[in-house]
Design a protein around this ligand. Structure first.
Ligand code: DOR
Ligand code: ZN
Length: 341
């Protein structure tokens, strides 16, 4: 099998955390990716320019010499017009969390009343600021994303010029809705392209595969894989790599999040490149999924970076650690078939 190359790989949904954890994980993304959309669910969340600028400079320190562009997000609230005009140049998108639905989202949105949200969403639409959404209700855990589809349809219809990104989609239903409205787009993670609930809980419970939204059924995963591997222009890679200390995963009350940043691009090469016969087409679709679609959807120009992958075995480190933190990646200690050259 020949080598393959991805130009300007982008991770359009990334948790870099802060402090010591940021220092540990940021170089692992920045070494491979050209840029990433950085999530704002810190404690406290990123809700003003002062916190945002401070966080951005922490990221710059943590990535060091790597050329990596952090695309910043503001934690969505029903902000007024003046506030949004002031932050526009500093952010790439706003990220909306339903209140309490996942890690550090307690101060998210508790009502999806369109009239309450209208002034903020109309201003975002006018200023061309995309809205990224964690699309889950607080219903039965397997149905949360499916139940959110009505809210996506309402938002897409009420604000037809607003770019809405359905983050980390996990269901067949989501692959349909995203294609139905011009202003809907989606990210999908490596883990949701590879796992079902069986992998997480079908045998012994695997805490390092537990995340929100939870991995779903086989037909859901198959629909995600079909859409992503076809290079469809509306879907892009967003790892949702969400590091938690190993001690917060291997305990009673496991934190939600799968840590994939160091192996994400290798896993995607493994998924897309199935055989030598259609390697050119697969490589082109991988390029669209890992970079070109995001560039078009967000209208961004990431710093140039080419990553070449070779079809040779790579043993995933059991843990990544610095003095203060230890994180366990997905596929810890396992072998994958592509590695970065
Ligand atoms: O599993 C998750 N972990 N899902 C999210 O939406 C947030 C993330 C985190 O920040 O840990
Ligand atoms: Zn996330």
């Amino acid at each position: 099998m020949r080598d393959i190359t991805v130009r300007n790989p982008l991770d359009m949904h990334l948790h870099l955390r802060d402090d010591d954890m940021l220092c540990l994980v940021a170089p692992l993304s920045a070494g491979t990716f050209s840029g990433g959309l950085v999530m704002p669910n810190l404690v406290p969340p990123i809700t003003n320019l002062q916190i945002l600028h401070r966080y951005k400079s922490m990221i710059a320190d943590a990535i060091g010499e790597n050329s990596f562009k952090p695309y910043m997000t503001m934690f969505y609230r029903n902000y007024d017009r003046e506030f949004i005009k002031n932050i526009k140049e500093s952010i790439t998108a706003m990220k909306l969390y339903p209140a309490g639905i996942t890690t550090n989202s307690d101060s998210g949105v508790s009502s999806f009343d369109i009239d309450t949200m209208r002034p903020t969403l109309e201003t975002m639409s006018e200023l061309n600021i995309p809205l990224c959404v964690h699309g889950e209700t607080d219903g039965f855990v397997m149905d949360r994303e499916a139940e959110f589809m009505d809210i996506y349809e309402t938002l897409a219809t009420a604000f037809p010029k607003l770019k809405i990104i359905m983050e980390h989609i996990t269901t067949k239903a989501a692959t349909k809705i995203v294609q139905k409205y011009d202003n809907l787009f989606a990210t999908v993670t490596a883990h949701h392209l590879l796992l079902t609930l069986d992998d997480l809980a079908g045998g012994l419970l695997k805490p390092h595969l537990f995340c929100k939204p939870i991995a779903k059924r086989h037909d859901d995963k198959d629909a995600l894989v079909d859409m992503a591997t076809s290079g469809h222009r509306k879907i892009m890679f967003g790892s949702d790599s969400a590091p938690h200390p190993t001690s917060s995963k291997e305990c009673c009350g496991c934190a939600a999040g799968v840590f994939t940043a160091p192996i994400a691009i290798q896993l995607m090469a493994e998924l897309f490149i199935k055989n030598d016969k259609n390697i050119d087409q697969s490589e082109q679709n991988l390029q669209k999924f890992m970079s070109d679609n995001a560039i078009n959807i967000y209208g961004i120009s990431p710093p140039p970076k080419s990553i070449t992958l070779e079809n040779k075995e790579f043993i995933v480190p059991k843990i990544y650690k610095n003095k203060q933190n230890e994180v366990t990646p997905m596929k810890s200690g396992e072998t994958i078939s592509w590695r970065i050259k």
